[in-house]
Write a protein that binds this ligand. Structure first.
Ligand code: ZN
Length: 623
């Protein structure tokens, strides 16, 4: 499964959580024979002579080390905060937090001048898109019929690129992104990769995340374009959830857990069938795993969400209802009635504030969620548009709420109907980015705060750095001043994964080249990326946000559609992309245009179509 191993560059998979038994069987036998003892026997760790070394064997059972003399912000009111204190770690757990802890001869991490706090928790992230980073930095969620909406998320990221992802592409994007966020101090993420066309795709997503050694909640969602067809023919969502849960997530004592994707906009596969989400929610509840869904007003989800809310409020028997096991993402533009039902059910709410502001999901409902007494968690959503660090999330959330409240305080007309709320503080948003995220992912018994007994997901932030020093207020310094460059050390379940500014056990050069190869597995795609760096030569104005074959054919014949300024070739190009999307997952390997004039990632299903497209564009037969 590991590409590097397959290519003759053996990797250390001892951190891998999935397939862990197999890895352990192989590696334990060899290493234990060499050492003449069990690798997992408890034994005290000797102090190092060299202060620059990370604690040895961190995370292993019985191994102790102490993080000494840092500014400890526990995010647990029962533990409190300390100007100067220690955190004692044994194996993968936090043993004690407090001043002057006795640690025997345990290794020490010198945290003087540093902030010690729980790792960040990101509750919604499409990790499979890493190869497409910044592709959509100027784009919208959907096509609004204007030039700025031409390059949009639904048509391009889900409708075009996702459809040609091979399992190997999924693997490297998942792994690269997991490591990248680990580097930024995000020790837990909820991966919502809508790429589950086949079992191989799902296993690749799981393995890519697992090989990073990070805490990941694996979201089993549809394959993109399922919004057209319920679930593409042959796709194994949602039914494959049971097999995945049994095979990879049967133990509660592992870094990875699972959620069920339950998008309410998915249509049934056949007329008369239940909506796909009803089946998905049912399976999720049978498996007793959380159920997550995007809830986006600008995508027309309000009426369906209201319907479920009504069922919840009326306690209607045998229907889909909200529960404490739900995590609703975005929640833009939802009715008061639905919010009431969400609150009543105790469901979680994840906000991706910068993305919502940028991509037209609707105004982030930060005022609403606070007014309802639902503390939100924060999520980065997509790196095709914005960064995946949590500093950006915290600052954006705090500043947006304060902008609204400041406008209200100043009597600015647009703020007239706003509720009167306390201004958010840096500590509030720090809570959203840690313990509230853990709660929403049902992991607050394991992570989200520095609480003795929880697993040691810890970050050490450099408060002496030139962008922060001198340290005056800890939450203020973290939220208002810091960025990922201040993340010096990252620990996941006791294991040191980043040490003094550098990720451990990562061959970044090799991973980079794999990611590039994934992005550029066709020359046509590469050309297109280059061409977009200067200007984009066409607009797909007539195509609606959700494309179906019939609407496509309609737009091709209806030249009076709003915004129609298309050349025939653009429509044909769109048609070819549509065909590619609609034929998933039967298309094993996309065929790319070889024409020098190719202008788009024309991931068409057959050569005759590609000739047609190329010919239409250049006016000559395809080369
Ligand atoms: Zn999303």
């Amino acid at each position: 499964m590991c590409k590097l191993c397959d290519e003759g560059k053996p990797q250390d998979h001892s951190r891998s959580q999935l397939g862990r038994r197999d890895f352990l069987k192989a590696s334990t036998a060899t290493a234990a024979a060499a050492a003449g003892m069990s690798l997992f026997a408890a034994r005290p760790a000797a102090a190092h002579d060299d202060d620059d070394e990370a604690p040895r064997d961190s995370g292993r059972r019985g191994r102790r080390y102490v993080i000494r003399g840092g500014h400890v912000t526990s995010m647990d009111p029962a533990v409190g905060d300390f100007v100067k204190a220690d955190v004692l770690v044994e194996g993968k757990k936090i043993l004690a937090v407090g001043p002057n802890l006795h640690a025997g001869g345990a290794d020490e991490i010198d945290a003087r001048g540093k902030i010690v706090m729980p790792g960040f928790v990101d509750t919604h992230h499409h990790q499979f898109e890493t190869a497409l980073r910044s592709f959509l930095a100027d784009g919208l969620l959907f096509n609004d019929g204007l030039p700025h909406g031409a390059i949009n998320y639904f048509q391009y990221i889900l409708g075009t690129f996702a459809g040609v992802y091979r399992p190997a592409d999924v693997y490297i994007s998942e792994l690269f992104e997991s490591l990248s966020q680990l580097d930024a101090g995000v020790t837990t993420s909820h991966d919502i990769s809508q790429i589950h066309y086949s079992k191989d795709h799902s296993v690749a997503a799981i393995k890519g995340s697992a090989d990073s050694g990070r805490r990941i909640v694996f979201g089993f969602f549809e394959g993109a374009r399922a919004d057209l067809l319920g679930s593409p023919p042959g796709a194994w969502y949602p039914g494959g959830a049971t097999e995945l849960k049994e095979k990879y997530f049967s133990s509660s004592d592992q870094l990875m857990t699972m959620t069920m994707g339950g998008e309410i906009y998915l249509l049934p596969n056949n007329p008369g069938d239940p909506r796909t989400y009803e089946t998905a929610w049912k399976i999720g509840r049978q498996l007793q795993i959380p159920i997550a869904a995007h809830i986006v007003g600008s995508f027309g989800m309000g009426p369906e969400f209201d319907k479920i809310a009504q069922n919840t409020l009326n306690n209607t028997a045998n229907t889909t209802k909200f529960g404490a096991d739900n995590l609703f993402i975005h929640m833009t533009g939802m009715s008061d009635m639905s919010w009431g039902a969400v609150k009543l059910a105790g469901a979680g709410v994840s906000l991706a504030v910068p993305i919502e502001m940028n991509m037209r999901h609707g105004t982030p409902p930060i005022l609403k969620t606070l007014a309802m007494g639902i503390p939100p968690s924060l999520s980065v959503d997509v790196e095709v548009t914005l960064t995946a660090d949590m500093f950006t999330q915290m600052r954006s959330t705090m500043n947006l709420q304060r902008m609204f409240m400041n406008a209200r305080a100043l009597g600015e007309p647009y703020a007239a109907g706003f509720p009167n709320q306390e201004l958010l503080t840096t500590r509030d948003v720090l809570r959203f980015a840690t313990i509230e995220g853990a709660r929403d992912l049902k992991l607050d018994n394991k992570t989200g705060s520095l609480t003795p007994g929880k697993e040691a997901d810890i970050i050490i932030l450099d408060a002496q750095a030139i962008n922060v020093h001198p340290l005056n207020v800890v939450p203020g310094a973290v939220v208002s001043l810091m960025d990922r460059s201040n993340v010096e050390t990252v620990i996941v379940a006791g294991k040191v994964r980043k040490w003094q500014g550098k990720l451990l056990d990562v061959d970044l050069a090799s991973l980079r080249s794999q990611l590039e190869a994934s992005r550029e597995f066709s020359s046509c795609r590469r050309r297109w990326f280059r061409s977009t760096s200067s200007s984009f030569p066409f607009h797909l104005r007539t195509l609606p946000a959700t494309i179906t074959v019939s609407t496509l054919l309609r737009s091709m014949s209806d030249t009076t559609a709003p915004g129609t300024t298309l050349s025939g070739c653009t429509l044909i190009a769109s048609a070819s992309r549509m065909m590619m999307s609609a034929s998933l997952p039967g298309v094993s390997e996309p065929v790319f245009l070889s024409s020098r004039r190719c202008f788009a990632p024309l991931m068409v299903a057959n050569r005759s179509t590609s000739r047609l497209v190329s010919s239409s564009w250049s006016g000559k037969p395809a080369a």
